[in-house]
Design a protein around this ligand. Sequence first.
Ligand SMILES: C[S@@+](CC[C@H](N)C(=O)[O-])C[C@H]1O[C@@H](n2cnc3c(N)ncnc32)[C@H](O)[C@@H]1O
Length: 269
Amino acid sequence: MRDAFGVRARPRLRGALSRLMQARATMSDITEPTDNLFAAAAPPSDFVFDAQVARVFPDMLRRSVPGWPELLRLLGLVAARVAVPGQPIYDLGCSLGATSAALLARLPQARIVAVDNAPAMLDGLRQRLAESVAAGRVTPVCAEIMDLSVTNAGLVVLNLTLQFIPPQERLALLRRLRQGLVPGGGLILVEKVLFPDAEAEALLDGLHQDFKRAQGYSALEIARKRASLEAVLVPDDIETHEQRLRRAGFRRVERWFQCFNFVGWLARG
Ligand SMILES: C[S@@+](CC[C@H](N)C(=O)[O-])C[C@H]1O[C@@H](n2cnc3c(N)ncnc32)[C@H](O)[C@@H]1O
């Protein structure tokens, strides 16, 4: 018998290997339900961040966003370099708290205001980050970002959130966030992007589809999710993002992450 790496295993090792693989499968079943929301035959409707999505969201992000675990680790490093000590960090569109957790890993003393308008997502964050919430490190806020008052922020993070804000409202939001930063503060923005060049778009979007197929999504699931997100997630190209950040009042705009069609920036005042 050969194991997953093609190595011939001795009989005693074989048993141990198979027990380990079973244990791993069981652990992932318990901790992260598999995203098969789009495998069912129901016709796709507009994507909503409801309880069904919240249940499978960690698996969905890991299998849909190329480089997601590394992106979170790097985001923590960027945040640790720019967050102004003693000032609150705003995690806008916080979902279940993956970004807040990455921030806390690098900034254990941080006070994070975690904002989302989807109650099911915030419920998940309250469970996952229960200790940090109880300790007052993370304050969950159920609110519409467009109505939120951001003041004295040392750092604002929009990790895959701006793309869900209507395009005509994005500049006004970024201006408000810029004004809500203390001197020296910054904004971390991560988005799925488009490429105006048709060949580049075909390549990078194609690679994103390849990634999802390699993660076990079927072509049908990918097509259904795409249709469901079409009216809800509206990506911009890199140039549009960078120009808009400058128009919003950020003097410095640096790109620190790109994995296929997912890009991360740091913008500073
Ligand atoms: C793709 S998820 C972001 C992932 C998240 N940052 C993380 O670390 O896992 C987008 C989130 O933004 C929230 N959202 C979208 N539009 C919003 C709005 N206008 N106000 C507040 N939250 C919003 C959604 O409910 C969803 O939880």
